[in-house]
Design a protein around this ligand. Sequence first.
Ligand code: GDP
Length: 436
Amino acid sequence: ANIVAIVGRPNVGKSTLFNRLVGERKAIMDNVSGVTRDRHYGYGEWCGKFYTVIDTGGYVHGSDDIFEGEIRKQVELAIKEATVILFMVDVDAGLTGLDEEFADVLRRTDKPVFIVANKADTNLRAHLAGEFYALGLGDNIFPISSANGSGTGDLLDEVVKHFQTEDPENPDEGVPKIAVLGRPNVGKSSFVNLLLGEERNIVTDVAGTTRDSIHSRYNAFGNEFIIIDTAGLRRKTKVHEDIEFYSVLRSIRALEESDICIVMIDATRGLEAQDVNIIGLADKNRKGIVILVNKWDLIENKATNTMKEIEEQIREKLAPMTYMPIIFTSVLTKQRVHKAIETAVQVYQNKTQKIPTSKLNDVILKEIEAYPPPAIKGKFVKIKYVTQLPTHNPTFAFFCNSPQYIRESYTRFLENKIRKHFGFEGVPINVIYRKK
Ligand code: GDP
């Protein structure tokens, strides 16, 4: 993904530029109530090239004060995450001491830094931008007016030249996919619409193509995803067609294509047989899983212990698949929708993490020593070491003398220990044995 970070002192116009760069779409989570965010993330496009914008200065709420530590934090974040850094200054105010502090940190990066001289609303004022050569950050200086938009096109023309190119044949290749699954009426469309904006509901029907699901690009906290939505496209079903059957079929196809499944269940109905089926299928297919208990607003007593009880009931029904996060959401009141997506992103990261062999052995061999595989018919199994295989799904190979004498319950023990120490929340993991 291509990330454009905006840095600069307060009041130079960072959020106005941010809004220009993300166009109509705005920061997706901007209107989620009750959420205080550190930063703004948005998603934009220029000449067919997609990018994420981060306004790293979003945390200075209602204050002009900024501390040195904050500057460093802001800029270091930008340096770490960004493809291109836009350092915003103000021709009106001229070069300030704070600008120089930003420049001091920015001079240490090899990444392209563009000085965006804002408030250059007239030609005369644009000339004043020359003064920022003194920052010693090169001559990529762009006078713009984020208020009236002048200059931002020229800026973006240059910015996109630094982007990584995508495979034009298959722009979605390598982008993680999140499928939104659940029974009819559970709130899938409402959820996806909240994430993507209502406009994405407008679907043009191409004659002769039957599509099961809609793939939409979505950006969460600087990570790009494809959302696979099975609900948005309501096929015109014939009267005697089995709607339920088609909805299951669609879900299965979406599931197979995905990396992560968000499975929505209805809080007023609890976990139903079909929900268990789809979760089991996701587990078998080694997908990352997040469970949303939606319509939480309709539950009478929303006390913490009610939530805990319901969660326990769900986990009992799902046992031994106990590794998935369960989040209580209301798409209607936007409660914890932000958290749901954050969790899906985290699960994807969990799914792709690789534990170094030495670290794994340090921890797991100690656990095995404390609780070795019980002997069966006088046979002792000796586990020598463990390594995570370079496979797509987390797989741990335990090398031992007589793998055939290891019981299922011991495999579960090993899995639990791996989870306890390395946190694969939401991710099915494989434990296998190799004869050594
Ligand atoms: P889908 O079939 O899974 O796509 O479900 P929809 O998104 O069409 O939602 C079905 C109905 O449930 C609609 O009337 C929504 O407004 C409603 N709904 C969705 N989420 C919530 C929620 O969190 N709380 C409540 N009370 N209603 C919801």
